[in-house]
Each structure stands twice: as structure tokens, then as C-alpha cells.
Design a protein around this ligand. Structure first.
Ligand SMILES: *Cc1c(COP(=O)(O)O)cnc(C)c1O
Ligand SMILES: [Zn+2]
Length: 420
């Protein structure tokens, strides 16, 4: 990879070549980061060249990705999700320049597709036939889907509380699913031992430094979609921490290339029932294990493996942290859906919930350019969504009964009729 210099441990600074088996630091176990040759990339890529490209997927940014020359690319259309200007929601939150990046529109319906696309391309190039990971759901379904598209097999470890919709996706994509009777941490540990024993390609974000490189493409897109401008704030839901670290890396890459002239502040949003990263940030202490008490399963991560990377990203960006309750998450789900037509899963709308809270506290200037990242689609977890909605109006097929029932409705949904 002419564009990649190598990998460096974020913990001890040890340097490595970036190869097929580059996972965690072999000296200290720390998470690694991929380092690029920006001078070389600058000679290959300009803003104009990007703008003229017809490739509307994450492969649009190949010069900035750790993909070996001549690799077969995954055919699924991962990335290039829409960045909507959401005026109604902005009005409700008092933010005049609010955008939503809907990454629930990826092929397997979450932002994780960006990481999995890079993982399967690297695995295939390394000549490996089986990929594996442990996941609360989305990393798994995205790996299974992207593996299927690349003609690879997948073995997926999920904790038993993973929502049905997500496990169903895995089965449909032909994965071998192993449902572990334990929490995410137990599941992760078992998968690590199995991967070691059988030598599968490891798509655990805790270990594989190429994954946050895939995730960073969301920021490359945001900047390009805003006309090569960084927003003032980006709100991201945080579990393991790989996503927010990737978001930061994407903006830093563009800054290093001179494609944007400033960097955004990150807003790290966690569930109040599981917020080890935000707690460490607020208290200025190391990350300590926490229970996983939230309905936002995708960010219920008690032991964040990329927590240090996440903390560094929040600090470097001079960002903010905020925790939200499950009720606030469900409220954000309704608000986003009813104001904008965007349906996110609980973890998918957690960023929006945090933003709402900060906006209400007056901690975000009203004229700031703000992007809320919706990281996963609501149809994946219909059960949680149902707890956010009421019941529909049930009625026999009779016009008089309908008229009587409608007269008693609140006028908020239907214009011109009902009780104001
Ligand atoms: C994985 C995930 C996140 C958080 O990403 P981390 O890298 O675990 O911090 C947020 N939302 C959704 C929908 C996810 O699947
Ligand atoms: Zn190290």
C-alpha cells in the first residue's frame, strides 16, 4: 500500500508494518492506528478529482483507505449515505443549521458496513476464506452481509440478548451464528479464543485497526457533502468507541490534506445506564468497567475496547460529552421519525438525543453547523421502537364510528379535525 506508512500503537508508540496480520500491539496489547503518507496522497488526489468521481460508495476514497493495490472490492454499495438538512427538527431544537447523516441506509442498515467492507476486502486479499467477529448485532450483520457479497464464509458470536431482527439478518446472510449465554464481554472473549484457535480473519474492532479506517469514510462524506467544509459539531453515539475515533480520523485526514481548513468538535453521547467513556472523560480518570443497562443494545458496551482512542478523539476535538436516559432515546426516536421521516434504532438516535439535551441546555450555539449521525436503522429492532409508539386507532369498518373516534383525537396529527 503506497499510501500507508505503517501502524503505530496508540498506547506505547511501537511501530509496525501494516500487513495482513496487523492487529493489536504485540508489545503492550494496545490498539493500533494506521498512519498515512499524506504527501503521497496529496500528489494523487485533489478535491476536484474527488468531485468528478462517479463512484458513489466508500470506495470513492480509495486513496485514503488501507486497501492493497489490485484488491477485489466488495460490490455492495456501502457508504455515500444522504446528509439531510433537517429544518423542522432544527426548529424544534433551536438549531438553524442542523443536518442528519442517515447511515441506516447502508446495505445491512448500519454504519458498521463501512468497517466490514474494508475487513472483507482485506481478508480476501490475504487469501482467507472465513471471517469472524463478536458483536452486539450490527458489526455481525454487516460482516455477514459483506462477507456474503465477497464470497467469504462468516462465523459470528452474539450475546443472547441481541435483538431478533439482527440475528435474523445473520442467518439470512448465511453466517454460522453462535449465540453466547452471557454478556458482550463474555461473547468477545470467547470469540477471541476461537479466532486464535482456528485462524479466521478477525473483524473485532478492538483488535483490527483497519476497521476505524472504514468508519472514517462517514466524515470524508460529510465534509464533501458540505462542500469541503467541516461542521462545527458532530454528534455520535458511543459504545466501544471505534466509531467516534473513526469519525475523528476522517476529519483529521482531510485536514492533513488541506481539503478542509478546520476541525469539528465531537459530541460523545452515551446511554446513562452504560457510559464508561463519558464518565472517564468527565472525571479525568481511566476508563472503568460499567454495567450494561440500556435498551440501546448497540452501545451497551461495559468494557469499551477502543475507549482510549475515543477519549483521545473527544479531547483533541475539544468536544463535549452527554449521557441520555432510555426515555430520552425513545423520545428522540419519535422526534426524528415524526419531524424528518428518518427511523433510527435506539443506538442510532442516541446522538440526536444527546444533541437535543445539549441544545435545550443552551450548550450549542443556535447558528452552529451541526451534524447528527444516525448510525443504524430502526427496523432492526422493532420491539424497542414499539415501546416508543402508542397504539394505532383501532376501528370497525364503519364511517360513523370512525367519525366519532376522530372527533376525540388530538389535532396534532391530522389537520382540520379533532380536538385542538
Ligand atoms: C456500533 C454502533 C454504535 C457505536 O459504535 P462504537 O464503535 O461501538 O462506539 C452506534 N450505533 C450503532 C447503531 C452501532 O451499531
Ligand atoms: Zn503498544
Amino acid at each position: 500500500m503506497r499510501n500507508v506508512v505503517g501502524a503505530v500503537c496508540i498506547n506505547c508508540g511501537a511501530e509496525y508494518e501494516a500487513g495482513d496480520r496487523t492487529y493489536s500491539c504485540t508489545k503492550c496489547g494496545g490498539v493500533m492506528e494506521i498512519i498515512y503518507d499524506y504527501r503521497y496522497i496529496k500528489s494523487q488526489l485533489t478535491r476536484e478529482k474527488l468531485l468528478s468521481r462517479k463512484e458513489y460508495s466508500l470506495w470513492r476514497y480509495l486513496e485514503l483507505l488501507p486497501v492493497e493495490e489490485g484488491s477485489k472490492l466488495s460490490p455492495l454499495r456501502v457508504g455515500w449515505s444522504p446528509l439531510y438538512r433537517v429544518e423542522k427538527l432544527g426548529e424544534l431544537l433551536g438549531l438553524q443549521n442542523l443536518y442528519v447523516k442517515d447511515d441506516g441506509l447502508n446495505p445491512t442498515a448500519s454504519l458498521k458496513d463501512r468497517a466490514s467492507a474494508v475487513a472483507v476486502v482485506r481478508a480476501a486479499h490475504a487469501g482467507m476464506s472465513t471471517v469472524a467477529c463478536a458483536s452486539t448485532g450490527n458489526a455481525a450483520s454487516s460482516l455477514a452481509g459483506n462477507a456474503a457479497a465477497m464470497g467469504l464464509k462468516s462465523v459470528i458470536f452474539v450475546p443472547e440478548r441481541a435483538p431478533k431482527g439482527k440475528v435474523t439478518q445473520l442467518m439470512i446472510f448465511g453466517a454460522q451464528v453462535i449465540s453466547v449465554k452471557g454478556n458482550y464481554e463474555d461473547t468477545f472473549r470467547l470469540s477471541a479464543q476461537a479466532i486464535e484457535k482456528w485462524g479466521w480473519y478477525n473483524r473485532n474492532a478492538a483488535i483490527n485497526p483497519y476497521l476505524s479506517e472504514g468508519k472514517k469514510t462517514v466524515s470524508l462524506e460529510i465534509a464533501e457533502q458540505l462542500g469541503f467544509k467541516a461542521p462545527d459539531y458532530v454528534a455520535v453515539s458511543v459504545g466501544d468507541g471505534c466509531t467516534i475515533a473513526g469519525v475523528w480520523k476522517g476529519f483529521k485526514d482531510l485536514y492533513a490534506l488541506g481539503f478542509i481548513d478546520r476541525l469539528p468538535k465531537l459530541i460523545s453521547v452515551q446511554a446513562a445506564g452504560c457510559c464508561p467513556v463519558n464518565r472517564a472523560f468527565t472525571e479525568g480518570k481511566p476508563i472503568v468497567w460499567m454495567e450494561e443497562n440500556t435498551l440501546a443494545d448497540s452501545i451497551a458496551v461495559g468494557v469499551p475496547r477502543n475507549g482510549e482512542k475515543a477519549l483521545r478523539a473527544i479531547r483533541e476535538s475539544q468536544g463535549l460529552v452527554v449521557n441520555v436516559s432510555d426515555e430520552e432515546i425513545l423520545e428522540a426516536m419519535r422526534l426524528l421519525g415524526a419531524s424528518s421521516g428518518i427511523f433510527g434504532e435506539p443506538a442510532g438516535v442516541t446522538g440526536t438525543a444527546g444533541l437535543k439535551k445539549l441544545a435545550e441546555q443552551g450548550r450549542i450555539p443556535g447558528d452552529a453547523v451541526v451534524v447528527s449521525l444516525v448510525t443504524g436503522n430502526g427496523l432492526k429492532d422493532a420491539a424497542s421502537a414499539q415501546s416508543a409508539t402508542g397504539e394505532p386507532l383501532g376501528i370497525p369498518p364503519d364511517m360513523d364510528l370512525l367519525t366519532a373516534a376522530i372527533a376525540g383525537l388530538s389535532a396534532t396529527r391530522i389537520d382540520g379535525i379533532g380536538v385542538p
